[in-house]
Design a protein around this ligand. Structure first.
Ligand code: NAD
Ligand code: DAO
Ligand code: ZN
Ligand code: ZN
Length: 372
């Protein structure tokens, strides 16, 4: 069948809207009609060519919401008509990682997903007879997508897909990093570096956890209003500090009587990752890396920072197990406990998707939701 899709033919070039060919779902796969998809910084990162795993041509997108249209052989856990959120971190429930109880990083289809292919090692997508790579197992920048069954979370059908699609990445990543990865306790002090969709969701999660003080840091002051709305008690632009950007770490230490209990890097800047670690409190500070840094970048700190009790952690999809836990996040949105609507700063048609990337790069949007 044909599907209208935004194809990334080459790194660094705008997406092209074309009608691609999609093969029917094979064993263990599902055809999903996409209703909406967010545009995340990670899509921009891969499109830029900085992503060492980036493969072209591909159909990007990993923050979708859709409806099951058809089932491949043996699919039993979703049915035609079910509302689903695609998962770039699947959950098979059976692999060593899923059974460990220690991680959400299911490895059941990792090797083929990383090569832009379905679990059988082939692609369902093509254009003018040439194969197109899948992206993160989701490829939501397409009217239709073929997705492995283990990479679909079935959700409440009354939830608006044009909002809860953001639980496919940004909102869940931020909240989960607080609740699952850092396990922030009530009364804690928290610093959040970068106030895009991820950082604002960390702030929301920290507020939900009852953090006493939440310091939001960004170079773009336009992000501060929403940060406060999400629960930031303080906002900080490093360029406004009396001693400049280089004094950010000391400024946070001074504001918090020796450092924050928890910090979160939500930018992908390795220098900021160091600052985020070193502004945490001696003896117990925990710093969580969420931002994805460019190819070849490395982090550094003096080992004494860790010897003296600080802990460096990382978090992917907030440590959340998608199939078993995401439906509960959707329910929390429906009950008003998780806010998503303020994150949707723009909505656009697929034809305009390059404008969504422009708005992201210009710092004008938190999330653009593409409506099919
Ligand atoms: P975004 O572009 O919407 O937000 C990034 C924010 O960082 C912007 O507001 C920008 O002004 C700010 N910023 C840039 N440089 C800064 C600096 N030096 N100091 C302070 N603020 C600075 O991006 P996003 O969608 O929120 O994604 C953030 C990062 O998280 C990206 O690296 C993305 O790839 C990554 N990410 C990781 C996961 C995961 O599971 N680990 C999931 C999704 C996204
Ligand atoms: O299991 O080895 C693995 C890789 C899991 C991929 C997790 C990616 C998380 C960071 C990328 C941001 C996604 C939007
Ligand atoms: Zn994302
Ligand atoms: Zn697994």
């Amino acid at each position: 069948m044909k599907s209208r899709a935004a194809v990334a033919f080459e790194a660094g070039k705008p997406l092209e809207i074309v009608d691609i060919d999609i093969e029917p779902p094979k064993k263990g796969e599902v055809l999903v009609r996409m209703v909406a998809t967010g545009v995340c910084h990670t899509d921009a990162y891969t499109l830029s060519g900085e992503d060492p795993e980036g493969l072209f041509p591909c159909v990007l997108g990993h923050e979708g919401g859709g409806v099951v249209e058809a089932l491949g052989e043996g699919v039993s856990t979703v049915a035609v008509g079910d509302h689903v959120i695609p998962l770039y971190t699947p959950e098979c429930g059976e692999c060593k990682f899923c059974r460990s109880g220690k991680t959400n990083l299911c490895q059941a289809i990792r090797s083929t997903q990383g090569r832009g292919l379905m679990p059988d090692g082939t692609s369902r997508l093509s254009y003018q007879g040439k194969p197109i790579h899948h992206y993160m197992g989701t490829s939501t920048f397409s009217e239709y997508a073929v997705i492995p069954e283990i990479a679909l979370a079935k959700i409440d059908e009354s939830a608006p897909l044009d909002k809860v699609c953001l639980l496919g990445c940004g909102v869940t990543t931020g909240i989960g990093a607080v609740t699952h990865t850092a396990k922030v306790e009530a009364g804690s002090t928290v610093a959040v570096f970068g106030l895009g969709g991820i950082g604002l969701s960390v702030i929301q999660g920290a507020a939900m956890a009852g953090a006493g003080r939440i310091i939001g840091v960004d170079l773009n002051p336009d992000k501060f209003e929403l940060a406060k709305q999400m629960g930031a008690t303080d906002v900080l632009n490093p360029d406004d500090l009396p001693d400049g950007r280089g004094s950010l770490q000391q400024a946070i230490v001074d504001m918090t009587d020796g450092g924050v209990d928890y910090s979160f890097e939500c930018v992908g800047n390795v220098d900021l990752m160091r600052t985020a670690l070193e502004c945490t409190h001696k003896g117990w500070g925990v710093s969580v890396i969420i931002g994805v840094a460019g190819a070849g970048k490395e982090i550094s700190t003096r080992p004494f920072q860790l010897v003296t009790g600080r802990v460096w952690k990382g978090s992917a999809f907030g440590g959340v197990k998608g199939r078993s836990e995401l439906p509960g996040f959707v329910d929390q949105y429906m009950s008003g406990d998780i806010k998503i609507d303020p994150f949707v700063t723009h909505t656009m048609k697929l034809e305009d998707i390059n404008k969504a990337f422009d708005a992201l790069h210009a710092g004008e949007s938190i999330r653009t939701v593409i409506l099919f």
